[in-house]
Design a protein around this ligand. Structure first.
Ligand code: SF4
Length: 389
């Protein structure tokens, strides 16, 4: 009887696990794993026959027991401003997006952690699709692999990919193990060699998992705050009903204290007449100042202001330039640096929180969203469809 054994996808394994695989499954020396990691992540080679410093016998064993299966590029789109977006097929049914954003001396890749998202933040395009499943470690690090190959990135030499933000589709802390393992490959010298500070995990506020992240990883933390009060935040980010602002800020303080001297970034998406008024700026300032005081470090709290990027069917609008500047000025005048993150790749819908793969939605949220869109279209008089956004 022919028994087919599933091959191990080596992209799923960080250094320690790959060494174990070499020792336990292949009966090889552990250091051989290091050669293979370099072939995969530095030279972007997936065919064992091209790994020329491995002996023939080892290559044959690898052929039998392992594979390097990378995400399939279904579609890619460069933007006029250098931003590059990939639609990546994961399993023949689902696709996710990754976006590379070059900017003065740095190149940031925005990486997805789930197919869709369950958290239903009201201003988020991904949320309209509902949730399908977590991505595997291979599917997460595979996004970095695809971008690095496209860019001709060579760690320590030709470094074009300098930063990774876990800020694409999904809530990374709801896929904890796979995300932490993928982030360890990003930071490994045999992987992509990124400094801890240059890998950022962005969460909507999964309080218990922020503590676990602090114990198990050393990456930068970003929090999607978006509102200074529980009343407003619970409306925008429903997760706030479970973990309100006080608990969230406590967890951020514990994280910062554990990572002595590290700041935490708070993302604030500005939405017209929703959270862009002076009282919101003053509330945000109070929260940030309180955070600085508790971790005893000036500017420990960093704020990123992100003007909302409208998508079809949303009820939110982007504030006008004057309101954005006014909000920023109020923070600046109180001594707080709060850069406005300009939308990049506008022509390819590349803004974070705006990523949209092709999700087989299990929650029916996509169908509800489509229904709303149809209702909107029906209520717009002929020639007035632009007003729908
Ligand atoms: S903003 Fe992030 S956490 Fe919230 S629904 Fe969108 S992808 Fe999920």
């Amino acid at each position: 009887m022919n028994e087919t054994v599933a091959k191990q996808n080596l992209l799923d394994l960080d250094r320690a696990r790959l060494e174990d695989f070499f020792a336990d499954t292949l009966g090889e020396k552990r250091y051989r794993a290091h050669q293979v990691m370099k072939w995969i992540h530095h030279r972007h080679v997936t065919d064992f026959n091209e790994m020329t410093d491995l002996g023939k016998a080892l290559r044959a064993k690898l052929e039998t027991h392992a594979e390097v299966r990378v995400p399939q590029v279904q579609f890619e789109k460069p933007s006029a401003d250098g931003t590059h977006k990939w639609l990546l097929g994961m399993d023949g049914k689902n696709a996710i997006e990754a976006v590379f954003i070059p900017d003065k001396g740095r190149g940031t890749l925005c990486v997805s952690s789930q197919v869709g998202c369950a958290l239903n933040c009201q201003f988020c395009s991904t949320a309209t699709q509902g949730f399908n499943r977590n991505l595997s470690t291979a599917e997460i690090i595979g996004q970095v692999w695809v971008a690095a190959r496209h860019l001709g990135n060579v760690p320590h030499k030709q470094r074009k990919l300098t930063n990774v933000v876990m800020m694409g589709m999904g809530e990374p802390l709801m896929n904890f193990d796979n995300v932490v393992r993928a982030m360890s490959i990003m930071r490994d010298d045999l992987g992509y060699g990124l400094a801890n500070k240059r890998v950022t995990l962005s969460t909507a506020g999964m309080v218990p998992m922020i503590d676990r992240l602090g114990e198990e990883s050393d990456v930068s933390l970003a929090v999607s705050l978006h509102a200074p009060t529980d009343e407003l935040r619970s409306e925008l980010v429903p997760l706030n009903r479970k973990y309100p602002i006080e608990q969230l800020m406590d967890a951020c303080v514990r994280y910062a204290l554990r990572k002595k001297g590290e700041s935490v970034t708070f993302e604030y998406t500005l939405m017209k007449d929703v959270n862009d008024q002076p009282e919101h700026a003053r509330g945000l300032l109070r929260l940030m100042r309180d955070f600085d005081r508790r971790v005893q470090m000036k500017d420990a709290a960093k704020v990123n202001l992100i003007p909302f990027n409208p998508f079809p069917g949303t009820r939110f609008q982007r504030p006008d330039e004057e309101a954005i500047r006014g909000f920023q000025k109020l923070l600046n005048n109180a001594g707080m640096i709060a850069p406005v993150r300009r939308t990049r790749g506008d022509d390819i819908d590349a803004a974070c929180g705006q990523l949209k793969g092709q999700v087989a939605d299990r929650t029916r949220r996509q169908a509800e969203h489509n229904k709303r869109l149809q209702a909107q279209a029906a209520s717009v008089p002929a020639g007035g469809a632009d007003a729908a956004a």
